[in-house]
Design a protein around this ligand. Structure first.
Ligand code: SF4
Ligand code: SF4
Length: 281
């Protein structure tokens, strides 16, 4: 929602020195030309801007500004194909988010962890169970998810092959994964915020931890019942699904409908897991 942009194009057209891009300003101790080698006056997306503010400081007419805008601003240019580092990062994160969502519902967590636990037992590698679980969460599960989603896109002729499908899905689906992570963040926040007064009283935390272990201190209760967290999270996921579909439309143009089914399948899976937090647990 935060974006560095020029206020108007007129001062830039009249600007003789173009200090925001001058190589001579690159090593100034402060007020440098863009360290990311962008052209600040032509910024139309947030993808590579560090929001470092150097272009705001060096612009003589003060034409560059930091703006608070509505989420997913439609004026920004969308990239139909994500770069490979971004794609692989989103794939990696997807496994983590699924694992986090499952961890709030015992049955889902048991189901998620059954395969790595059985693999560790079968290999006789109980001491490596954590590593096996990590590989499962960050590599095996994401690969399975993305093969299924990517195949759906290829079958709908939205992409030429699996790799192409993954790169087209990556940025829009990052929105849904972010909303999924937000749901988990909400669940953690409401259950941990009660510890804040204890943390203020005992910043080192050792006495509090001892008292909790000795049960002379009752752990603070969650500030919201799980039913409320669940309903709020379901609402967040529906909002995330809407924005994901919108990002697909803005990035993929006329072919965006070919990406709807995998998005809805993923969203439905997240909704089911979150529904289980309170209503199936
Ligand atoms: S952003 Fe500022 S420094 Fe850069 S071209 Fe425009 S007016 Fe000149
Ligand atoms: S905020 Fe920093 S990274 Fe972004 S355009 Fe300005 S100078 Fe470049």
């Amino acid at each position: 929602m935060l974006a560095v942009r020029p206020v108007s194009s007129e001062p830039c057209a009249a600007c003789a020195d173009k200090d925001c891009v001058r190589a001579a300003n690159r090593s100034n101790p402060d007020a440098r030309s863009c360290p990311s080698l962008l052209n600040p006056r032509r910024l139309n997306r947030n993808s590579d801007c560090l929001v470092c503010g150097q272009c705001i400081k060096i612009c003589p007419p003060g034409n560059m500004g930091l703006f608070l805008r509505r989420p997913f601003h439609p004026a920004d240019v969308r990239e139909p194909l994500a770069s490979w580092p971004v794609t692989l990062f989103v794939m990696l994160v997807s496994g983590f988010v699924v694992s986090e969502l499952c961890s709030e519902w015992k049955s889902a967590q048991a189901w998620f962890l059954r395969a790595p636990e059985e693999a560790a037992a079968w290999l006789g590698a109980a001491s490596y169970a954590g590593w096996i679980e990590g590989v499962w969460t960050l590599f095996v599960v994401p690969l399975a998810i993305w093969v299924i989603l990517g195949r759906m896109v290829v079958l709908a002729r939205g992409a030429s092959d699996l790799a192409d499908a993954w790169r087209r899905l990556a940025i829009p689906l990052a929105v849904l994964f972010a909303f999924g992570h937000l749901c988990k963040g909400l669940a953690k926040f409401v259950s941990w915020i009660g510890f804040l007064p204890l943390a203020a009283q005992d910043p080192a935390g050792i006495d509090t931890a001892r008292a909790l272990v000795a049960r002379t201190l009752i752990p603070p209760k969650s500030v919201l019942p799980m039913t409320a967290v669940c309903v709020l999270s379901l609402a967040l996921l529906l909002l995330g699904t809407y924005f994901t579909l919108r990002e697909l439309r803005l990035a993929q143009g006329t072919t965006h409908r070919r990406f709807c089914l995998p998005t809805l399948v993923l969203a439905a899976s997240f909704l089911f897991i979150v529904f289980g937090w309170a209503f199936l647990a």
